[in-house]
Write a protein that binds this ligand. Structure first.
Ligand code: COS
Length: 384
C-alpha cells in the first residue's frame, strides 16, 4: 500500500541519488577497510534510513511493507553491507518491539532506534541452534524484578555496534521447545555481556557479526517484550515473516545492479569483431536473468501488499525469500560468466557481489527452511 505517491517518489529519488552518488563510489573502500565510514552513517541517519519502519509517533517514517520494499529495491543497487548497517535496526532488531511491545517499551526504545542513535540487533541463533530455532538453550531465570541471562548467541549482525538486542531466551526449562521461549529487550551496556572476536566472512565486508556472550546478565523484568513470558518464539517468527520480505526485496535490488553491470559489459566488450551482447548465448543469460528478476519483483510486491492488507503472509514471505535469493545467486553467477576473466578479478567488482549475495540463501532462514515452511503451510491449509 502506497499512502502518498508524491511523498514516496521524493523518498525513492533521494535514496536512488544517495546510492548513486554516495554509496557506489565508496564500495571498494568499504570492501578494503571492512568499515562503513562514519560520515556515510551520519548521512543515512539524516535521510531517515534508520527509522523507515518505526511508527511516526516515535520519530520514524512508518513505511508500509510495499513502501519498504520499494526503498529496498533502490538500496539493493549497491554493496549489501550498506543496507546491513541500518537493516537490523529497521528490520529484525526493532520489529519485535513494534509488533508485540508494550506502549511503554515502544515509547522508551523506538525513538532512539528511529534516529539511528541506537542500533538494534536480533539475537536468536546459537552455536547449537540455527535452523532449529525452537531448540535454543540460552536461559533467562527470574530473580525478583530481573531475569538472569546465561548463554551464547552466534553470528549476530551488527552486534559490535548494537545499543540493544532483541534476545530470545528460554524462561521455562520444562518446555523444551517454542512455548518455553520469551523475547527480551536487552541494553547492550548491561554488565555480563561480552563479545566474541569479529567473524571473518566470505563477503559483505563492512557488515560485522560476532558472538554475544551473556554471563549472569541481569535484565529488568519490564523488558520482556509485550510483558508476557512464553510467546517470544512467536514474536521471532512474526519478525522473520516481515524480515524475509525485506531480504527478498534487497535480493531484487542487488540482482538488478549485477544485471545492469553485466548488460553494460556485454554491450561494450568486443570479441570476434562484435560486442559479446550480439551473441545469442550471452543474450540467453541476460534474458533469463531479466525474466527471473521480473518474477521476483512481482512476488515481493504481491507479498508486501498482502501483508499491508493484514493477511497472514507466512507462505508468501517464504516463497518470495526462497525465489528471490536463489534468483539473485543465479544472476550473480551469470553476471560473472558474462564478464568472463574480468568477472573473476576484484577490480571489476562483480566477484565481490557474487560473494556478497551468497548469504541471502542462508540467513533469515535457509532456502531449505523456506521450502519446509511453504510445504507445511500447504498441507495444513489442505487439512483444514
Ligand atoms: N507467526 C506467528 N506464530 C508462528 C509463526 C508465525 N510466522 N510460525 C510459527 N508460529 C507459532 C506456531 O503457531 C506455534 O505455536 P502453537 O504451538 O501455539 O501453535 C509455535 O510458533 C511453534 O511453531 P512451529 O511448531 O512451527 O515450530 P518448529 O520448531 O516446528 O519450526 C521453523 C519452526 C523451522 C519454521 C523455525 O524454527 C524457523 O523459522 N527456523 C529458521 C530460523 C531462522 O530463520 N533463523 C535465522 C536467524 S535470524 S538471521
Amino acid at each position: 500500500m502506497i499512502r502518498d505517491q508524491e511523498t514516496m517518489n521524493v523518498l525513492l529519488d533521494n535514496v536512488a541519488r544517495f546510492v548513486r552518488d554516495r554509496l557506489v563510489p565508496n564500495e571498494e573502500r568499504v570492501a578494503e577497510t571492512d568499515e562503513i565510514p562514519a560520515d556515510i552513517v551520519d548521512d543515512m541517519k539524516a535521510l531517515g534510513l534508520f527509522g523507515l519502519t518505526i511508527p511516526e509517533q516515535y520519530g520514524g517514517l512508518d513505511l508500509t511493507m510495499e513502501e519498504e520494499v520499494l526503498v529496498m529495491f533502490e538500496m539493493g543497487k549497491t554493496s549489501p553491507a550498506f543496507r546491513s548497517i541500518f537493516g537490523t535496526t529497521v528490520g529484525i532488531g526493532s520489529q519485535g518491539i513494534v509488533i508485540d511491545g508494550t506502549e511503554e517499551q515502544k515509547a522508551k526504545w523506538l525513538p532512539k532506534l528511529a534516529s539511528g542513535d541506537t542500533l538494534a540487533s536480533f539475537a536468536l541463533t546459537e552455536p547449537e541452534c540455527g535452523s532449529d530455532a525452537a531448540a535454543l538453550k540460552t536461559r533467562a531465570v527470574r530473580d525478583g524484578d530481573h531475569y538472569v541471562v546465561n548463554g551464547t548467541k552466534r553470528f549476530i549482525t551488527n552486534a559490535p555496534q548494537a545499543g540493544i538486542f532483541t534476545l530470545m531466551a528460554r524462561t521455562n526449562p520444562d518446555e523444551p521447545r517454542a512455548a518455553g521461549i520469551s523475547a527480551f529487550i536487552v541494553d547492550a551496556n548491561t554488565p555480563g555481556i561480552s563479545f566474541g572476536k569479529r567473524d571473518r566472512k566470505m563477503g559483505q565486508k563492512g557488515a560485522h557479526t560476532c558472538d554475544v556472550i551473556f554471563e549472569n546478565c541481569r535484565v529488568p523484568a519490564e523488558n520482556v517484550i509485550g510483558g508476557k513470558e512464553g510467546v517470544g518464539f512467536k514474536t521471532a517468527m512474526k519478525v522473520l515473516d516481515k524480515g524475509r520480505i525485506h531480504i527478498a526485496a534487497i535480493c531484487v535490488g542487488v540482482a538488478q545492479r549485477m544485471l545492469d553491470d553485466a548488460l553494460r559489459y556485454a554491450m561494450e566488450r568486443k570479441q570476434f569483431g562484435q560486442p559479446i551482447g550480439e551473441f545469442q548465448l550471452i543474450q540467453a543469460m541476460l534474458a533469463d536473468s531479466q525474466t527471473e528478476l521480473y518474477a521476483a519483483r512481482c512476488m515481493v510486491l504481491d507479498a508486501a501488499r498482502k501483508r499491508d492488507n493484514g493477511e497472514n503472509v507466512s507462505t508468501e514471505a517464504s516463497c518470495a525469500k526462497l525465489f528471490a535469493s536463489e534468483m539473485c545467486g543465479r544472476v550473480a553467477d551469470r553476471a560473472v560468466q558474462i564478464h568472463g576473466g574480468a568477472g573473476y578479478m576484484s577490480e571489476y567488482g562483480i566477484e565481490r557481489f557474487y560473494r556478497d549475495v551468497r548469504i541471502f540463501r542462508i540467513y533469515e532462514g535457509t532456502s531449505q527452511i523456506q521450502q519446509i515452511l511453504i510445504a507445511r503451510n500447504m498441507m495444513r491449509a489442505a487439512a483444514r
